[in-house]
Each structure stands twice: as C-alpha cells, then as structure tokens.
Ligand binder design. Structure first.
Ligand SMILES: [Zn+2]
Length: 319
C-alpha cells in the first residue's frame, strides 16, 4: 500500500504545482500551458531547480533565487493541499488494496476503477483552483464552474450510473435552489452569485441526501472563520502591537480581507453587516469572506465521509 500512497502523493505535488500556474494566470492574458514560469517580481525565467514542488520553496527559504523577493505562501500551500487531498481520496476509496486486485484479474473493471479515481481527483483539483482563486479575487469564474459541472456529471455516471445522476440532480434542485433563494431574498448580501453556481457541480457529485453534510460543513466552517475575522477586527490593534504575530499566514490573509475596503465590490458579502458599521467609512466589502473555499471543503468532506457523517448525524438526533 505504501508505495501506492507515495506515488499518489507525488502526483498530487506535481498536479498542485500545475494548479498554481492556473490560479496565477487565470484571467490574465498569459497562456496557461505554453509560456514559461517566471518570477512575478523580477520577471526572471525560472529554471528546473526553481520549480520542484515544495522542495524549491524550502531550499530557497521562500525567496526568489534571482531578486530575493518573497515567494507567495500560495505556492507550497496549494502543492501540499493537493497532495494531502489526493492521498485522502485514494486511502478512503482503496483502504485495502484487495479492491484494486480482484480475485480474477479483470482488466476492464480495473480500468473503470482507475477512470473513476482520476475523475474524482480531477474534480478535487478543480475545487482547489476555485478555492484559491476565490480567496484571492473574490470571484468564481464561470469557465471553472462549467468544467466542474461536466467533470461532476461524467464522474457520477462512471461511478454510479443513471440512478446516481438522478440523485445528484435532486440534490442540485434542493441545494443550489436553496442558495439561489438566499441570494435573491438577501439581494446578494449573504452570498454571491458565484457561490450559487458552484453549488451545482458540488450537489451533482455529492448527491442526495449526503448534500446535507456539505451544507452543514460549509456553513459551520464559514461561520467559524467569520467569527474569527470579527474577533480579529476587534483586537487588531492589540495584534499589531505584538508585531511579528501579524506575519502568520492566517493573520496576513485576514489582514488582506481587512484592506479590501477600498476595492470595488465584485461579489457581495455573505455575512450580514453589523448595523453600527454602516455609518463609518469602511465599505461593507471589508467584511467580505470568500464562501467558495468553504463550499469546496464541505464538498470534499462529504465526498469522502458523507455517508458515515450522515448516518452519525441521523443517529444522534434520532431523525
Ligand atoms: Zn525574482
């Protein structure tokens, strides 16, 4: 089992490094596949030794080899996230290798299984791109949602056939329908149009009734970060005086959210704005958190453990 896990982890690191390029170049005029990587600061073309996932970042201590400008944390984080999620999907699906090695070697069953696994990993990769792009720009590009929808439909058909697709469509009507309702009732204040669209591929792949797990995980993880941000805003003066604490990745992420105040709103806030804040000069956008990463988190958790979590939830509450 261990060699397989290592191969999947390595695959995750390599794909993650490609996803970084997609996240960085999406929405720019630069081609995603054919143009060579360069330092965004000094424009120096990067060589082989600068592009090894994770290791280059560690060896260069997070700085460009040529101009010593700091390299964004996004790069190692995306590579590590991709590797960890790929391994999780693989281990959860094939915890014991007997699933991969049927008693009578059946090549067509094995290749179907590999196809299903690749499709699932592909969907997770799209979710990673959407999450990091959304965290940076507060936008979810329609093109990515489109790719996610197609990949979800094919993945569900390969794994579960028409009955699984029916369950996915039922989940879509209810999950995305509920989000669309929230969007229209709040006139886009509670969540953005991009979130409603992203709910569609997620509902298709998760299916009915596991989609409830997606809803609960996304909602609660988003709420916890929302509370953290409010807390941070309240105590940011204290944190600034502590100094170095501010350089921690989470805090610098929160700080970026904080400084979005003067940016034109591209998507509306999903956390209701406290009434007192409406009067000061900050725009409502400074409260804005991207909801896409939480939807993606909910999706991955329910793809992996949805059945078990739903069972646990139903037993606890005796529904
Ligand atoms: Zn440089």
């Amino acid at each position: 089992m261990t060699p397989f896990i290592l191969i999947v982890a390595l695959l995750g690191l390599i794909i993650g490094s490609f996803l970084n390029v997609v996240i960085a170049r999406l929405g720019t005029k630069e081609g995603i596949v054919w143009s060579r990587s360069h330092c965004p600061h000094c424009q120096h073309t990067l060589g082989f030794w600068d592009l090894i996932p994770l290791l280059s970042f560690l060896a260069l201590r997070g700085r460009c080899r040529y101009c010593h400008a700091p390299i964004s944390w996004q790069y190692p984080l995306v590579e590590l996230t991709t590797a960890i999620l790929f391994v999780l999907v693989f281990v959860v699906r094939y915890g014991s290798l007997s699933d991969l090695r049927p008693p009578t070697p059946d090549l067509s069953a094995l290749s179907l299984e590999l196809l299903a696994l690749s499709l699932e990993l592909g969907f997770v990769a799209i979710l990673i791109v959407i999450s990091f792009y959304d965290a940076r720009t507060l936008l979810i590009p329609d093109s990515l949602v489109g790719v996610a929808v197609v990949s979800a439909i094919v993945s569900v058909l390969v794994r579960g056939g028409l009955s699984a697709l029916t369950s996915g469509l039922l989940a879509t009507v209810i999950f995305a329908g509920f989000f669309a309702l929230l969007f229209f009732v709040s006139r886009g204040k509670w969540l953005g149009g991009g979130d409603v669209k992203l709910a569609v591929p997620i509902a298709i792949i998760v299916g009915w009734p596991t989609i409830f797990v997606t809803f609960l995980v996304s909602f609660w993880s988003g709420a916890v970060l929302g509370i953290l941000i409010l807390f941070y805003r309240k105590y940011s003066i204290f944190l600034t005086s502590v100094g170095n604490l501010d350089k921690l990745p989470l805090l610098s992420f929160l700080r970026k959210q904080e400084s979005r105040g003067n940016v034109t709103p591209s998507r509306s806030t999903w956390i209701p704005v406290a009434s007192g804040d409406r009067n000061d000069n900050r725009s409502a956008v400074s409260h804005e958190i991207p909801f896409g990463p939480f939807l993606a988190l909910g999706a991955v958790v329910s793809m992996l453990w949805g059945g078990a979590l739903l069972h646990w939830y139903v037993t606890i509450f005796g529904i």
